[in-house]
Design a protein around this ligand. Sequence first.
Ligand code: BTN
Length: 255
Amino acid sequence: ELERLGASIGRPVVVAPVTASTNDDARRAASGGAPHGASFLADAQTQGRGRSGHAWHSPAGENLYLSVVLRPKLAPQALPPLALVLGVCVARVVDELLGASKASGPRAGVKWPNDVLVDGKKLAGLLVETALRGGAIDAVVAGIGLNVHASSFPEELASRATSLHVLGGRGLDRSSIAARLLVEIGRTVRVFEANGLDPFLAELDHRDVLRGVPIDVSGISGTAAGIDREGYLRVITSDGATHRIGSGSVTTHGP
Ligand code: BTN
């Protein structure tokens, strides 16, 4: 499938029935010299990880757990925007799978810094980890957890999570979804290396689910006001000041 789709990455692809965390598999491989695009998939994870030390619900047979080794020609400060660009890749593939048309506009939204939401619920999360060598990026591991077949979630996630199946996606096959993601990521990382975030800003704006929403992030309460060309989240506080946030977890208020 990867060959047919003309993927520039995804060699090799290592598929495991079960692993601790595909991000750990990819990190280990990266430190052993794995090439740009080497990919790790598992049917289930026993220690799936999310951001800020959270566990990532990783039962067998249901969802996509994919980690890709990337060796982009980028300076370390270009990493936060890379995570946003990867979120855009996932959102594009999700729109295709849900049959969202250009006319009806995107269904998949991006929640800074790197969640993918549909109808206000989380469909996918990204965990981007980096290995530096001598102040330069040696490798980036991009971990993607995408809910595919799940029809129910543990109680604590039920109100916040969704899956492609729940959203009415058809013909869902995890290997072919992985292949489509790899094609999109391979292509998009090249565009980002050459041009930075600029070619993605309009789309990010379109998909930004936080714009205009009251939020708390990094000790600041205000209204989210878009993403700038360095990947910072702009937040406007009640005194009218604009803050630029480089990293953190966003909490939204209300329903
Ligand atoms: C988040 O939203 O907090 C990020 C979740 C990332 C989950 C994926 S699943 C594949 C890869 N392996 C992991 O242990 N985590 C990532």
